[in-house]
Design a protein around this ligand. Structure first.
Ligand code: FES
Length: 145
């Protein structure tokens, strides 16, 4: 990766860390998922509002490193307005990206692309995937209902 692209990605990550999108907690009646990263104890609380199979709202809060918190911010931004199926597909793409696998490049990932460099740092992959695992857990439960 060129260092220019690297710098751009670093700026995007720091922007989400310093100005987190969708920070907070949704009111009662929303899905609530708490998850932590067992390797460091950092945690996220995700609340999702799903109406007729669509994620109409998502909020996140917690404590963690810049990678985990920026990833949570990007994830909530990406899934709002998506169907459960679309959100879970994004999660699969993100997981593939973190494992350095090829992924469907036709899908516009927006800011999420900035995290692709994390794949080179195995110790940080759990940081980046924390919020996504929480989202998957919540939406898979919702799908079953
Ligand atoms: Fe704890 Fe990254 S160091 S989530």
């Amino acid at each position: 990766m060129s260092s220019n692209l690297d710098n751009l990605y670093r700026r995007v990550i720091m922007d989400h860390y310093k100005n987190p999108r969708n920070r907070g907690v949704l009111d009662d009646g929303s899905l609530t998922i708490n998850m932590n990263n067992p390797t460091c104890g950092d945690r996220i609380q995700l609340t999702l509002k799903v109406v007729d199979g669509i994620v109409v709202d998502a909020k996140q809060e917690g404590e963690g490193c810049s990678i985990s918190m920026s990833s949570a911010s990007m994830m909530t931004q990406a899934i709002k307005g998506k169907t459960i199926e679309e959100a879970l597909k994004l999660s699969t793409i993100f997981s593939d990206m973190m494992q350095g696998k090829e992924y469907d490049e036709d899908i516009d990932l927006g800011d999420i692309e900035a995290l692709q460099g994390v794949a080179k740092f195995p110790a940080r992959i759990k940081c980046a995937t924390l919020a996504w695992k929480a989202m998957e857990k919540g939406l898979k439960n919702e799908e079953k209902e």
